[in-house]
Design a protein. Sequence first.
Length: 80
Amino acid sequence: MRIELIKENLTFTGEDSPMSTLMLSIMGAFAEFERALIRERQREGILLAFRLVAIISFDTTLSLKQTSRLFFCYHFLPHC
């Protein structure tokens, strides 16, 4: 097995030193961590969208200005 990271100019093969194996493991751990953070932010965004749809569909008399203010409050000011 051979892994080549072009951007970082790194190549890992099966006969690498223990230091290379450690480096590859650490890079993989950071990649998993970053992906988990992305999923968490995505989940929060989807939840926010469902909340806004529920609020907007409950009262369809909101103007565009009120709707955008409501979105801003929920997205940027959780205490609003």
